[in-house]
Ligand binder design. Sequence first.
Ligand code: 3OU
Length: 280
Amino acid sequence: AGLITRLRHPVSQGGRYQWEVDPAELILGQEIGSGQFGLVLEGSWRDRKVAVKMVREECMSDEEFKEEARIMMRLSHSKLVQLYGVCTQHSPICLVFEYMDNGCLTDYLRERKGSLSQDILLGMCLDVSEGMAYLEMSNFIHRDLAARNCLVSKNNEVKVSDFGMTRFVLDDQYTSSQCSKFPVKWSAPEVIRYCKFSTKSDVWSFGVLMWEVYNEGRLPYENRTNAEVVDSLNAGLRLLKPRLAPDSVHLLMEWCWKEKPDDRPTFGLLFHELASLSDA
Ligand SMILES: CN(C)c1ccc2c(c1)CCN(c1cccc(-c3cc(Nc4ccc(C(=O)N5CCOCC5)cn4)c(=O)n(C)c3)c1CO)C2=O
């Protein structure tokens, strides 16, 4: 019976499961910022550079997250920021991620304003669409896709980060669409109206992300309030074509912003269209 029960459970070394990182193997370094869940440090684990999130209990429902960790560990793709594992044996729990040397996409775009070629801008959209096509295929909804939630690697690859993490945020200013911190400017109408998240609402957000990339990190609807944005969307208005965006890319953005979710493209199709533009 012992063998059978062990086979049913993940291989555990020293009573831990394979998604558990042994804290003794974790070396912590400088702080690299703070997010919704608390401090993020750079560090190393098994000779790999990592980013370690020290989760503050009051910010994350960590019991639910532990359930989720298993699923997130299985989401593995070159255009997703990889979760290597979690330390849950003590508090605060910590999440160990692949390290992305160039930080978040929004800052990266703003710092390089004026020096990003058309190929680089298109390549960034292509990278994100590829990661999102994998999540689409895995039936996994991001719920907060935006340039601020993408990270840039040492070799300037863009990867999708913090997918699905909004579900564990305890600050309800983020989670309810009427509140100030809700990302209205990236949200599809059905999300703003009745919190109906889907891959098609991620596609809407991807359209806004493409607008951010071609506007080199500018804030969408720059000096408009969330309420004004909702009114203009209801009036059928949409973000304007960024100066740097070719008509072909602007067409894809507008396709992502169709009122009806089913009228929007899949990420598979977006990836295919962007790939053919980059071969042109
Ligand atoms: C609920 N949602 C959507 C969430 C929840 C948590 C978070 C986020 C969204 C997004 C923000 N965030 C967060 C907070 C803090 C760090 C990280 C964060 C930052 C990394 N890397 C770097 C590297 C360098 C720099 C840097 O300082 N510079 C300046 C000099 O030029 C190079 C770049 C910044 N970040 C990194 O690899 N990971 C995995 C996460 C992250 C990303 O993870 C979160 O922790």
